[in-house]
Every structure is written in C-alpha cells, then in structure tokens.
Design a binder for this molecule. Structure first.
Ligand code: THU
Length: 160
C-alpha cells in the first residue's frame, strides 16, 4: 500500500494586497449579494467572472420553494457566462457571501457541485480559472479550480 498526499496551495491575502483587476471582481461579487434570491436560507451569495474577452459576467444564488431547483451563485454566473459568451474562457471568478447583516468573516467555500462546474469550464477552455474567495477578515485566492477539487472528473475520464 502507498500513501498519496495531495497538496493544495491557497494564497491568503487582504483585498488591499490584490491587483486592481482582482479588487474590481471582488467588488462586483460583493454588489451581487443584493440580487440574491434567498428567502429560505437568508444566505446571500454573489459571484463575478472575468472573461478572456474582457467582459465581466455576474450572478447570485437563486433559491426555490422546491429546494433542489435553486442554484448557487457560482453556477448561475458560470452558466450565464458560457451561455452568452461561449467562445470566451473564464479567467477569474470572485465569490462573496453575506448573511445576518454582514459579509462572512471567513472566505465562502464553494460547494462541491460548483467546484465540479468550475473544473468543466477550465477544461473546456483549456484555461485555468483563478478563484477569489472573499472574507471580511481575509481572502483566499487559488490559481486554478483544480486546487479546490483534486482528482478531477472531466470528459477525459469518460474515455476510460
Ligand atoms: N450557495 C451558493 O450560492 N454558493 C455556494 O457555493 C454555497 C451555497 C447558496 C445556495 C443556497 O441558496 C444558500 O447559499 C445556502 O446554502
């Protein structure tokens, strides 16, 4: 038997340490919590994606009385980006979470399904997606969605 360790690198930083482009994306994600439709969880999530064509596409979580019919902010954003600009890669995605009157102190962690969709987008465009997770106390930045979901399952795996 052999033990395999998988190392993930997260860059922990303050918004003040980010590039102007990163700060802009975080700001857009923070604004987007206002468009969240979350009457059930009262957990508002905003996301903003920077595309290779220069566009910024935004989204927020959209809930539903039939709970599983709702969708997270990351997926509304990525699907909107891919639906409207199918030829543009997603170069960066920022996420911010707001509940009980303030942004979360710690960076919001994308759910597993959103991580899987991020990977598909990276794989589809052959382009790493920088993921910026905003928190009031500190932020995490990863250079690729692969850092958030090792042992990826993408179309290559279907080939057997
Ligand atoms: N949510 C997101 O939008 N993104 C995530 O990655 C985690 C969870 C939403 C889904 C639901 O509307 C609410 O947050 C509570 O789970």
């Amino acid at each position: 038997m052999k033990e395999v360790k998988i190392l993930t690198t997260l860059h922990q930083m303050q918004v003040s340490e980010m590039s102007e482009a990163q700060r802009e994306l975080v700001e857009r994600a923070k604004q987007m919590v206002n468009n969240s439709y979350s009457p059930y969880s009262h957990f508002q999530v905003g996301a903003a994606a920077r595309l290779s064509n220069g566009q910024i596409v935004c989204g927020s979580n959209q809930e539903n009385a039939a709970f599983p019919s709702g969708l997270c902010a990351e997926r509304t954003t990525l699907f909107a980006a891919n639906a409207n600009y199918p030829d543009a890669a997603v170069e960066a995605l920022a996420i911010a979470c707001y509940t009980k009157g303030h942004f979360t102190a710690e960076p919001g962690a994308p759910c597993g399904s959103c991580r899987q969709v991020m990977l598909e987008t990276e794989h589809r465009y052959h382009c790493d997606m920088q993921v910026i997770l905003y928190g009031e106390s500190f932020c995490y930045v990863v250079d690729s969605a692969k850092e958030l979901l090792p042992l990826i399952f993408v179309s290559d795996n279907l080939k057997g």
